[in-house]
Design a protein around this ligand. Structure first.
Ligand code: HEC
Length: 228
């Protein structure tokens, strides 16, 4: 009986070494996208769903400042974020966000995979469709040539470049790879409890199957006595 247990343990420890697309996507978000985009409806503590430890979550939160009322002189105060705080915008206000982006506003990421027309597939496509503009193209000020856009330009500078992040599991960080990973992360952010629901669902099914088998044998045993 020991053997199947060891096999299971081996499978799970193998899985623990490799990172999931969502975990890699989180890394891309932290190192690249979060300098412009917010996650207003996701708390740092929600990242435990992706396997982040309590220590890692506290560490990540503490690197950011959040508003904390006014000091004695009436000036706004800040404090390091707690795990229960939301992963807000890097900009103090919408106006400043626009100012920093030539008038463009980086949309919040919390539900983008749901609200973006074309969903995650479209986001992944935009990230991979930057190109150099053909000669003679006149782009509006502060916009960048992108083949996925209807008018061939977007107010977001190309965020991804080959080799930009170093994945801890050695996955090579090409633009397509990072785009897929950050897409998986945005998909997770838009459905934050999907993983938990799936896990609970599978557990419930296994539990029900085990119970049915038990009840079946119990019934047989009880009726055997009655017949005899
Ligand atoms: C330098 C700031 C900056 C960074 C870094 C950045 N973005 Fe953006 N992003 C913007 C701005 C500005 C817009 C608004 C574009 C517009 O309105 O044309 C935008 C728009 C978007 C959109 C919406 C596109 C649409 O359909 O209009 C998506 C999706 C997006 N960003 C994804 C990402 C991802 C994923 C990353 C990280 C890999 C990232 N962005 C990094 C500034 C940034």
């Amino acid at each position: 009986m020991k053997y199947p247990f060891l096999v299971l343990l081996a499978i799970f420890s193998f899985k623990a070494g490799a990172s999931t697309p969502e975990q890699r996507g989180l890394q891309v978000f932290r190192q690249v996208c979060s300098s412009c985009h917010s996650l207003n409806y996701v708390a740092y503590s929600d990242l435990s769903d992706l396997g982040l430890s309590v220590v890692a979550i506290k560490d990540y939160a503490s690197q950011h400042q959040v508003a904390d009322g006014l000091d004695d002189d009436g000036d706004p105060k800040t404090r390091p974020a707690h795990p229960s705080d939301r992963i807000g915008s890097p900009y103090p206000s919408e106006n400043l966000a626009r100012l920093a982006n030539h008038g463009g506003l980086p949309p919040d990421f919390s539900r983008l995979a749901l609200t973006q027309q074309g969903g995650t597939a479209r986001i992944i496509q935009i990230l991979q469709s930057y190109a150099s503009a053909p000669e003679g193209t006149v782009l509006p000020k502060g916009s960048y040539y992108n083949l996925a856009m209807k008018h061939r330009h977007i107010a977001m500078p190309q965020p991804l470049h080959d080799g930009q992040v170093q994945y801890s599991d050695g996955t090579s960080s090409t633009i397509p790879q990072m785009s897929q990973d950050v897409g998986a992360f945005l998909e997770w952010a838009a459905h934050p409890h999907l993983h938990t629901r799936r896990k609970v669902g599978v557990f419930t099914l296994l539990y029900l199957i085990a119970m049915s088998i038990l009840v079946f044998f119990l019934k047989k045993r009880i009726w055997k006595k009655v017949k005899n």
